[in-house]
Design a protein around this ligand. Structure first.
Ligand code: PEP
Ligand code: MG
Length: 934
């Protein structure tokens, strides 16, 4: 049998269903489900989907189609014609269709669409007849087709897009000119005669600009549209979007050809977009916008202010507009009914597109709706309570990185109260953000790459702006509604965003904006946005952390996560303040206390001076003296941190500083040091010079320092153990773990262990304790250490993978300089991810697996964790779970993210176990069933 490339839907039936997203794309699969599933059978205009396999074929075969395709399209078209009682290309009763893209995962606005396909000089007469003589409507549809088709099919897909103005821009300018000459503002003020003239003029423009006439043949239009959608899969902006969203290029898109229904057939027609729950805060209330006498693109383009569908959907701009519920209660009830059915069926929040044509409601699309982090958490916990979903599903509903949005800074309420906003718009993406105003996407990229924080200010955004939007702290648009491009994209990313801010007017030169109140903000000047309320402020206001302790849905989700995770979550923290934040976020211990960090920042002047003195010492006596002075500072810091941790494990890594970094540069600091060491400046310079290394990352650091200067190790261990002993004696809990960095051989560990054992004895004797709880372990951050894990585990009681250095030394990529070549590696797909952000599971991951296996074979129950940056990356956390680590350790703000990622790894295990259980049963059942007779 010939391969099936075309799937029909409509009239209560469908060839496909929701599970076929890979083949039919998300949109096609959902249209099939809505049209054909017995629990739904919603009024979907009939149509068909050309599969993603055709897209793959198209690119593999020099942009041609499989030979069966034309016949299958013809058959499906005939099915539509039968259902609709219209014919494609018929002069009396023509069928018009839309041609749209639809990838497996939604890529909003990134690919092309052509509407009103099938209209030409002949069929337009039939359309006028069908609409009872509505010439204005028919010519409006026609001019839209010509514009879209010439832009999308004849110019973009043909690859002849000029650098300057394309055909769409020329047509736009012409249209503006016509309106101006007529003295009107809106397209709706143009009458049939105006539109007829526009059609004639557009056709002339097509011929003159593109060198070819607009095709009259409906079939040619249809195939042109299909080809343009496939071509747009490899358009610049679609590729860019896929790179950001990590969507594989191989997937391809499907094409949906569907009967046109018109929301712009008059005042009894409308079109709208709705969400089954509020995507901004998760509230279980139907939420949406609609426009009377308009096409779908008008809602998204933001040129007219959409009206709310109900009371809950009102905002400051739409407060006075008539709701759909008021305008047409019966249709609203019908739509609300569909909303309930869809949510019950899909068990998730749905994003719905609908059209009302002459008082009849049609469902054009439904898909799982994008939501911001706060809404995702609220919906997951609400739906669990409503028993719509179970606990594992609730956990899987929130992408761990989305939690960032809940941890997002807000504008400090005090600072906000002290000033007043200069403008107000719609709150499309929550949180606070501040940055310098820039007015083009290219500038946003340029400035951000120089390290500037920017806010992108635009009239509205288009898919071309995606890169700049991504690199901005926030987005502010003067036009557009809550479903505009900027709002959708920002919501997807969890970015602070204000749209439809009509209080601002952007200058023609794109270098400043002016507010209604008269404030002028120029390029490069600071602004601050409150994306939760939609307020714009001049200047840079202080941002403040959010109060998560009182965020009920967040707490509920975290509690749930803790039930499903196996991994413990620790934090990388070096100050009691960071430690306290991490505990609030749920950290169960410290996985990495970098001792050298106590010499940076607030209050570190004295210990830093002493550390420098120690480093610049020449004799053991000199060094011991400096170390003795340093000792009380180190002990105090250790004690304070262990006290905050109240018995939770605290892994303290012994000093690991590249020595030359600690040599002072300023003259007065050098002088001070020379006086203290009782040497002259020339001698000090000589000593500083001797510390300089050609390759400090591979130089005299970590354990190597302790091997050459055992007194440094001794002082640190003594400080840690005495601090712990004092806490224990005071009836408090202490649980230190001493970690030796940059090791590559067990002999290094043994060398340092001898010091540890001696000091342990001495401290216990001094404090009158029989023993102190403490573990002795090592970082595994040099590939050789992983390879030598069996012997290392002979001495080490725990391993902590330092994946920053392990990646650096495993790849031979400098962790500080990868930025100069990483973009090329990602672009050319030499690497899929930045290996310093997401663990390279194939290579570095193999070292980790090997290290754990060998280590545990040598020491049963060896405790294993990770303390490199990867410990807070969700994908890497799942990996750590899979290889059987005991814990991951990450920065305080990543702790909730790691908790959720670890829970999702646990849920994935449960689901896999369930499927594995089911399989043998299914096999048995199959074996019992008698074979069907043929
Ligand atoms: C590591 O190398 O992964 C690590 C945690 O240590 P640092 O980043 O301090 O080198
Ligand atoms: Mg390291």
């Amino acid at each position: 049998m010939a391969k099936k490339y075309v799937y029909f839907f409509g009239g209560g039936k469908a060839d496909g269903n929701e599970s076929m997203k890979n083949l039919l794309g998300g949109k096609g699969a959902n249209l099939a489900e809505m049209a054909g599933h017995p629990a739904l059978r919603l009024p979907v205009p009939p149509g068909f989907t050309v599969t993603t396999e055709v897209c793959t074929y198209y690119y593999d075969h020099k942009r041609t189609y499989p030979k069966e395709l034309a016949g299958q399209v013809k058959t499906a078209l005939a099915q539509i014609e039968k259902l609709m009682g219209k014919k494609f290309g018929d002069p009396k009763n023509p069928l018009l269709v839309s041609v749209r893209s639809g990838a497996r995962r939604s890529m909003p606005g990134m690919m092309e669409t052509v509407l009103n396909v099938g209209l030409n000089e002949t069929t337009i007469k039939g359309l006028i007849q069908q609409t009872g003589g509505n010439e204005r409507f028919a010519y409006d549809a026609y001019r839209r087709l010509i514009m879209m088709y010439s832009d999308v099919v004849m110019e973009k897909a043909a690859g002849i897009e000029p650098k300057g103005k394309g055909i769409r821009k020329l047509m736009d300018e012409y249209l503006e000119g016509v309106k101006k000459a007529k003295g009107v503002e809106s397209d709706t003020d143009l009458d049939a005669d105006d539109l007829k003239k526009i059609v004639v003029e557009y056709k002339k423009m097509v011929k003159a600009t593109l060198g070819k006439a607009f095709p009259e043949d409906p079939m040619e239009q249809l195939w042109g549209g299909v080809g343009a959608v496939f071509a747009s899969w490899n358009g610049k902006r679609a590729i860019e979007y896929r790179r950001i969203e990590k969507i594989p290029h191989e997937w391809g898109t499907a094409v949906n050809v569907q009967t046109m229904v018109f929301g712009n057939m008059g005042d009894d027609s409308a079109t709208g977009v709705a969400f089954s729950r509020n995507p901004g805060n998760g509230e279980n209330r139907f939420y949406g916008e609609y426009l009377v006498n308009a096409q779908g693109e008008d809602v998204v383009a933001g040129t007219r202010t959409p009206a709310p569908i109900n009371e809950w959907s009102k905002n400051d701009h739409s407060r006075k507009l008539k709701t759909l519920e008021e305008w047409h209660p019966e249709l609203y009830r019908q739509l609300d009914g569909y909303r309930t059915r869809l949510e019950k069926h899909y068990k998730d929040m749905q994003d719905i597109e609908f059209t009302i044509e002459k008082g009849k409601l049609f469902m054009l699309q439904c898909r799982v709706g994008k939501r911001n982090g706060a809404a995702a958490v609220a919906m997951a916990t609400d739906m669990l309570r409503e028993k719509l979903i179970d606990a594992p599903t609730a956990l899987m509903r929130v992408a761990p990185n989305q939690l960032f949005e809940l941890l997002l800074p807000m504008i400090d309420p005090k600072a906000e109260l002290a000033t007043s906003p200069i403008a107000k718009g719609l709150p499309a993406g929550p949180g606070g953000a501040r940055g310098r105003a820039v007015f083009t996407s290219a500038d946003a990229v340029k400035w951000a790459e120089k390290g500037e924080k920017v806010i992108l200010v635009r009239e509205e955004t288009s898919p071309e702006d995606v890169d700049g939007m991504h690199k901005s702290q926030a987005i502010l648009t003067s036009k557009g509604g809550m479903t505009s491009h900027a709002a959708l994209v920002a919501r997807g990313w969890g970015k602070c965003c204000i749209v439809g801010c009509s209080d601002i007017e952007i200058a023609d030169d794109h270098k400043s904006f002016k507010t209604k109140k008269g404030n002028v903000v120029k390029e490069g000047e600071w602004i601050t946005l409150n994306g939760t309320k939609g307020l714009v402020y001049e200047g840079s206001l202080t941002l403040k952390d959010v109060d998560l302790e009182h965020n009920k849905p967040f707490q509920e989700l975290m509690k749930l996560a803790d039930k499903f995770r196996k991994l413990n979550i620790r934090t990388n923290a070096d100050t009691p303040k960071d430690t306290a934040i991490a505990i609030k976020f749920g950290a169960e211990g410290i996985g990495l206390f970098r001792t050298e960090h106590m010499f940076y920042g607030e209050g570190s002047d004295k210990p830093l001076f002493l550390l420098r003195k120690m480093i610049m010492s020449k004799s053991v006596e000199e060094r011991r003296k400096a170390l003795d002075e340093l000792f009380p500072f180190v002990k105090k810091d250790m004690k304070a941190t262990m006290e905050v941790m109240a018995g939770r494990p605290v892994t303290i890594r012994l000093l690991d500083p590249p020595l030359h970094e600690f040599v002072p540069h300023s003259e007065d600091k050098l002088k001070e040091l020379a006086v203290s060491l009782k040497v002259d400046m020339a001698e000090l310079a000589k000593r500083a010079d001797s510390l300089r290394e050609n390759n400090p990352m591979l130089g005299h650091r970590g354990v190597r320092l302790g091997v050459t200067y055992p007194e440094i190790t001794e002082m640190q261990i003594r400080a840690i153990l005495e601090a712990a002993a004092e806490l224990v004696k005071a009836g408090k809990k202490a649980n230190p773990e001493i970690m030796i960095p940059v090791t590559c051989a067990v002999t290094e560990l043994d060398d340092q262990k001898a010091i540890y054992d001696t000091v342990m004895k001495e401290v216990c004797a001094k404090c009158g304790l029989r023993k102190l709880p403490c573990l002795y372990g090592t970082m595994i951050e040099i590939p050789r250490a992983a390879l030598m894990a069996a012997s290392m585990a002979g001495t080490a009681e725990f391993f902590s993978f330092g994946t920053n250095d392990l990646t650096q030394m495993g790849f031979g990529f400098s962790r500080d300089d990868i930025g100069s070549f990483l973009p090329d590696y990602l672009e050319k797909k030499i690497l899929v991810d930045d290996p310093f952000q997401t663990i390279d599971q194939d290579g570095i991951g193999e070292l980790i697996r090997f290290g754990i296996d060998r280590g545990r074979a040598a020491r049963k129950g060896l405790k294993v964790g990770i303390c490199g940056e990867h410990g807070g990356d969700p994908e890497s956390v799942v990996f750590c779970h899979k290889v059987g680590m005991n814990y991951v350790s990450c920065s305080p703000f990543r702790v909730p993210i790691a908790r959720l990622a670890a829970a999702q790894a646990g849920v994935a295990d449960l689901l896999a176990a369930k499927t594995a259980k089911k399989k043998p049963a299914a096999k048995k059942a199959a074996a019992k069933k008698p074979a069907k007779k043929k």
